[in-house]
Write a protein that binds this ligand. Structure first.
Ligand SMILES: NC(=O)c1ccc[n+]([C@@H]2O[C@H](COP(=O)([O-])OP(=O)(O)OC[C@H]3O[C@@H](n4cnc5c(N)ncnc54)[C@H](O)[C@@H]3O)[C@@H](O)[C@H]2O)c1
Length: 395
């Protein structure tokens, strides 16, 4: 079959952020081309114009499409016949809104990193702009791209776990145990600065991922939230540890714990879900295994691509035979792939979904911003219970 039928060509990608010394932009660029469905052709790679230009050869971006700012890029790309089909936004949180809005208003599809924006008001404004423009908009809650995460979701949807009673999701890191920001370490500096990170630190950075993972796997609708956030590193302005409790509509209880101050912990995102018939457990540092338990039976370990017992979603999200580890890049690429399907439909005049999409979308991004807002507010109220359901949330 031709690439991206019926468009029959690779998609053209633009990248914002990802310049020399940056982290996640390179991951976006790698994941985006993993399945040979896109090519990176343009970018505004850094906030520093000189570095933006200097970083372009690292990505084989030609000099005439290596822009010194996203504003220059929007104007120049909009005029081209071979304009980019989508842009990926991999810049710090406080810049997402203005960058994404500019591209959406110019009719470009956008894949934006999380958290969606600096605050909830911006997220709601961006949502309106996306709805008005009709572009495809994805948010890289990339952990939902893991095959066995998708398997867990399918098992819950089909009732295999019974009624869901409890969700425990944790994202535990240790890299901010000391105040790296005091030495101006690039990734630490903006993440701990309230004018760049937003109202939360750790909870915005990784708490949002942990919450989103439980929401995606179970599909449960949240109702209320209570949280305690703390900054344990002396002099730090934003939280580096916290726990939230979520009450779900069906009576289930969820807890979300996020830490950036736990010695020796790297990217220990894990989730456990208890149902009336069975329970599951998944760890992103061991992503090719899913543990399923039932009282009175031996524990089962499902492996990625491990056989016909897996559902369609896991199968469609795997590339290699079982036993060859797939991980972060591949899961990221799975988000890209499902987003591409929508971009191709839009480009070829077909109807495409905007809500309840396979990929995390702008509605999930808005819910993530509500999560941050209510956690910060609840914590200020010493853990007071607050409403936690956005009218635009995924059904
Ligand atoms: N999905 C994930 O797993 C994941 C992982 C890490 C980071 N993130 C998110 O990705 C974003 C970037 O994080 P990072 O760790 O890569 O940050 P980083 O500091 O390593 O890189 C940010 C890059 O953006 C550039 N930049 C800043 N403002 C810009 C502008 N106006 N125009 C063009 N470029 C600009 C910087 O110069 C730098 O190149 C954040 O929102 C973060 O929350 C997501």
């Amino acid at each position: 079959m031709p690439t991206n039928a019926p468009l029959n060509r690779k998609l053209r990608m633009g990248l914002i952020g990802g310049g020399q010394g940056a982290f996640i932009g390179r991951v976006h660029a790698t994941a985006a081309v993993l399945d040979n469905r896109a090519a990176l052709v343009a970018g505004a790679l850094s906030a520093d114009p000189l570095r933006a230009k200097a970083s372009a050869p690292d990505y084989d971006i030609p000099a005439d499409r290596a822009y010194t700012s996203y504003t220059e890029m929007v104007l120049a790309e909009a005029k081209r016949d071979d304009k980019v089909d989508f842009v990926s936004v991999a810049t710090p949180n406080h810049t997402h809104f203005e960058i994404a809005k500019a591209f959406v208003e110019a009719g470009f599809n956008v894949i934006c990193d999380k958290p969606l924006t600096f605050d909830l008001a911006q997220a709601e404004e961006l949502l309106k702009v996306v709805e008005a423009s009709g572009v495809v908009f994805a948010v890289t809650h990339n952990y939902t791209g893991y095959p066995l995460v998708r398997q867990a979701r399918e098992m819950i949807q089909s009732g295999e776990l019974g009624e869901i009673n409890a969700i425990r999701s944790c994202y535990i890191q240790g890299w901010l145990r000391t105040r790296l920001e005091a030495d101006n370490q690039k990734q630490a500096a903006w993440r701990t600065d309230p004018s760049k990170s937003g109202a939360a630190g750790c909870f915005g950075d990784i708490g949002t991922h942990a919450y989103n993972l439980g929401r995606y796997i179970t599909g449960l609708q949240p109702k209320q939230i209570s949280a305690h956030l703390k900054a344990f590193a002396e002099g730090r302005a934003l939280d580096d540890y916290g726990t939230a409790i979520v009450r779900y509509e069906n009576g289930a209880l969820g807890t979300v714990t996020a830490s950036q101050i736990s010695h020796g912990r790297e990217n220990d995102l894990f989730i456990e879900v208890d149902g009336t018939k069975a329970a599951i457990e998944w760890h992103q540092e061991e992503p090719n295994k899913l543990i399923v338990r039932k009282n009175g039976e031996p524990h089962k370990i499902y492996t990625r691509n491990g056989g016909p017992y897996l559902g369609a979603a896991a199968g469609a999200s795997s590339r290699l035979p079982s036993g060859h580890p797939e991980a972060f890049f591949e899961a990221f690429a799975n988000i890209y792939n499902t987003t591409y399907d929508a971009i191709i439909k839009r480009a070829s005049g077909q109807k495409f979904e905007t809500t309840d999409t396979v990929y995390p979308n702008v509605y999930d991004g808005v819910e993530g911003m509500l999560f941050i807002t209510q956690c910060v507010e609840s914590s200020k109220q010493d853990g007071g219970w607050l409403p936690f359901r956005h009218p635009k949330s995924r059904k």
